[in-house]
Design a protein around this ligand. Structure first.
Ligand code: SF4
Length: 289
């Protein structure tokens, strides 16, 4: 907007977002005076149909009882929640080492629904608001690169610090997404499969209904796959139960673990050190002027 160039603003809705994020994105144009943010959603109707056909055709040949096949097949009706539909169609949740969610829920819908049609009319410069300080992976990304779609990717705030981000908010009289002041360290999926222990605890404390939702999703994805097990976070050694190493780490177990101190056995008496200096936000938002 400062450069005066026309642009479209796009948000990929994963279906695993907090309601405050939907509210923030839906009304952002009123605060900025810019264009309304367009929302894209991945559609897994076809992937679910294909996988249901596979379940009905192949599982009986593998000796899987009829009742289990029928239950799994019935769960392949699209829910319209991209994240959940993706997991049902894959029979699992994404993970750090198999992070198919980013591509399926964000890159592909933005490329096919927004960038592709624009490219047919001319060149596209695609801005990404990510910063090098956010992760090692992001630090490795260049300021510009060509995307396989044909667009040029530009990361204009790649070198910004967190302070730069909040300074820009103040400059334009914009309040940040309120989730930051509530202890969330990122406002993408809630939770993200890569979320930290402290972040999971903050989500469980502030938004227990979202933990309930993930628990329901775990039950659905479990019933829709052959192993009859699926956990939102990867199946690692359960930190609360050394007698059964490797047991699936269900969300409830990990929430309990998130309330413990280092080692996973004792419950912390004090808040862990926060970089915000006592503020529950990792970014120190409550201390902002
Ligand atoms: S925010 Fe996390 S869970 Fe959501 S799409 Fe990105 S990596 Fe996956």
């Amino acid at each position: 907007m400062e450069s005066g160039r026309p642009f479209r603003a796009v948000f990929a809705d994963t279906g695993n977002e907090h309601e405050l994020t939907y509210e923030y994105v839906g009304r952002l144009h009123e605060r900025t005076g810019g264009p309304k943010v367009e929302v894209v959603r991945a559609d897994f109707t076809e992937a679910l149909r294909r996988h249901r056909d596979y379940v009905l055709r192949e599982w009986p040949k593998q000796g899987i009882p009829h009742a289990i096949v029928a239950e799994a097949a019935a769960l392949h009706e699209p829910t319209g929640i991209p994240f959940l539909d993706l997991c049902i169609s894959k029979g699992r949740f994404p993970a750090r080492m198999s992070q198919f969610c980013t591509g399926e829920l964000k890159e592909i819908p933005i490329t096919t629904q927004i960038v592709g049609p624009m490219l047919r009319r001319g060149p596209v410069l695609q801005w990404l608001g990510i910063r090098a300080e956010e992760s090692r992976n992001r630090a490795r990304q260049r300021r510009y690169n060509h995307h396989e779609s044909g667009a040029v990717i530009w990361r204009p705030i790649r070198h910004w610090s967190v302070d730069d981000v909040w300074a820009q908010h103040r400059r334009h009289g914009l309040r940040p997404n309120p989730l930051y002041a509530m202890g969330m360290q990122r406002v993408g999926c809630l939770p993200c499969v890569n979320c930290r222990k402290s972040e999971l605890r903050a989500i469980a404390d502030r938004f227990p209904e979202h933990i309930d939702r993930i628990e329901r999703w775990e039950a659905i994805v479990s019933a829709a796959n052959k192993r009859r097990a699926a956990t939102f976070f990867p199946a690692v050694t359960d930190p609360m139960d050394t007698e059964h190493p490797g047991e699936y780490a269900r969300i409830r177990t990990l929430v309990e673990w998130s309330r413990t101190t280092h080692g996973g056995r004792q419950y912390g008496m004090f808040f862990e050190h926060q970089t915000g200096g006592g503020c529950s936000s990792d970014l120190g938002l409550c201390e902002r002027a």
